[in-house]
Design a protein around this ligand. Structure first.
Ligand code: UDP
Length: 471
């Protein structure tokens, strides 16, 4: 079955009316939702963003959207997963449960404004994060059509679609005592994925994961369309599988960060001084190291990472978030001697303007946790990767980087300085790494073409606008 983007006539459209949005309040979900807001605004829609009372992006910087707070009185303690036992899926289920009631009130109020003549234009539909089945159900209760935004890749959603069949077959969950090597069993229906790629988190109970994935699929299937932040040349086969599986139109409109004109939804202050530092480095020489907004490590891993980077001899820019090290809320202490050893060759910041860093000509490699945004941002700039996935969809993304796009490789097992040193050298200095870089440049060109006039993503955005105007 063809995706909506392939089937739809290429009619460039612009819209009118208000599109309502409700992002999941985490950095990797906020960014693509607000980038989509920006794209839809450029096509003539006004945007109202419903938002939980935590992790709120600065409305001034997020650009031109109206923000409506939801559940300001709701306690948030266990809604923000942190530390070594963070349960992201559990937090998502709790957010749905606690914000459903407050969202019902907030949405009712926004819809009533429409009735008061001249006060507000008509809300056309709600775009919800695909983890927000609860909010989608509320909107449907009011008769508001819904679209779902998948902030992960298409391959990830295909894998999620197979999760319950793998449970029925007894493949998932793997027995706790299972020999670790058995986790390397290939999944025949999901090549190139291995069983280990479907064990999404060591800290989330299987039942919680199962419910969470069931809700994601339910949200896609009961929507009027699924928007995916990817592009046809990257994940064409996977997009077709989604279209077959969800029986709703699929809009592959990514990479959103390249299409949006730059909505800034960063929750942390970006240290832009690293761009000046990059200006002084040799072209293609710097390894950028960042593990996104949620992944964490222990102090021992921090020390091994520091010495691995120092010993590799490569210039590096390393993001150490204030809460990167488990149990710490301030920038962690780096080992003695590290600063002297790497002076002039290494820079550490607490948060970077990542897209600009990856775009910078001095950056030659990215050691990443493979969150989908980071993976896509790296692909779009032709930067090869060292993959160190932590949880959720990151293992799937890493597997695709290594086996399908072949623009990087996984750094497996315990983090040890010698292993890190070898991996960095392989990526930055050796022929194998240079080949990965060539393939990465190829993908970068494909990413550029899909957003040009007549490109697959541009056509998909037209189809999406037409779809919204049909409500
Ligand atoms: N990011 C950033 N500065 C940093 C690290 C990350 O702006 O120092 C942004 C990055 O560009 C990406 C997002 O944060 O858009 C992280 O999303 P991703 O899906 O990669 O990972 P998550 O944080 O959801 O695990």
């Amino acid at each position: 079955m063809a995706s909506a983007a392939e089937k739809a006539p290429a009619i460039a459209s612009s819209g009118s009316g208000v599109v309502l949005m409700f992002p999941l309040p985490f950095q990797g979900h906020l960014n693509p939702m607000l980038q989509l807001a920006d794209v839809l605004r450029s096509r003539g829609f006004a945007i109202t963003v419903f938002h939980a009372a935590f992790n709120i992006p600065d409305p001034e910087r997020a650009g031109g959207c109206r923000f409506v707070p939801v559940g300001s009185e709701v306690p948030v303690g266990d809604l923000i997963p942190t530390g070594s036992d963070a349960d992201f899926a559990g937090a998502i289920l709790r957010i749905n449960e606690r914000l459903q009631g407050p969202f019902q009130d907030a949405l009712r109020e926004v819809l009533l404004e429409e009735e008061e003549e001249g006060k507000a234009p008509r809300p056309v539909c709600l775009v919800v994060d695909s983890n927000f089945r609860g909010m989608q159900a509320v909107a449907q209760g009011f008769g508001v059509p819904t679209l779902v935004l998948r902030t992960g890749g298409a391959a990830c959603l295909v894998a999620y679609m197979s999760f319950h069949a793998l449970c029925d077959k007894g493949v998932l969950p793997p027995p706790p005592s299972q020999d670790q090597s058995q986790l390397d069993m290939p999944l025949d229906d999901l090549p190139p994925l291995l069983l280990r790629d479907m064990v999404f988190s060591a800290t989330t109970p299987h039942e919680t994961m199962s419910t969470c994935l069931e809700r994601i699929l339910e949200s896609a299937r009961s929507s009027s369309g699924v928007i995916v932040n990817t592009f046809a040349d990257l994940e064409g086969a996977e997009l077709r599988k989604i279209a077959d599986g969800v029986s709703a139109p699929v809009f592959a409109i990514g990479p959103l960060h390249r299409i949006s004109s730059g909505a800034d939804s960063s929750l942390l202050i970006q240290d832009r001084s690293c761009l000046d530092w990059l200006d002084k480095q040799e072209a293609g020489s710097v390894l950028y190291v960042s593990f996104g907004s949620l992944a964490s490590m222990n102090q021992e891993e921090l020390v091994e990472t520091a010495w691995g980077l120092a010993n590799s001899g490569a210039p590096f820019l390393w993001v150490i978030r204030p809460d990167l090290v488990q149990g710490s809320q301030k920038v962690s202490t780096l080992p003695g001697g590290f600063e002297e050893e790497t002076r002039g060759r290494g820079m550490v910041v607490s948060w970077a303007p990542q897209q600009e860093v990856l775009e910078h000509s001095s950056v030659g490699g990215f050691w990443t946790h493979n969150g989908w945004n980071s993976t896509l941002e790296s692909i779009c700039e032709g930067v090869p990767m060292i993959c160190r996935p932590h949880f959720a969809d990151q293992m799937i993304n890493a597997r695709y980087v290594q086996e399908v796009w072949r623009t990087g490789f996984e750094l497996e097992g315990k983090l040890e300085r010698a292993k890190i040193e070898r991996a960095v050298r392989k990526l930055v200095f050796e022929e194998e790494g240079l080949e990965m870089k060539r393939r990465a440049k190829d993908l970068k060109n494909k990413a550029r073409r899909c957003i040009e006039k007549g490109g697959s993503s541009e056509i998909a955005i037209d189809s999406l606008v037409n779809c919204i105007m049909s409500f």
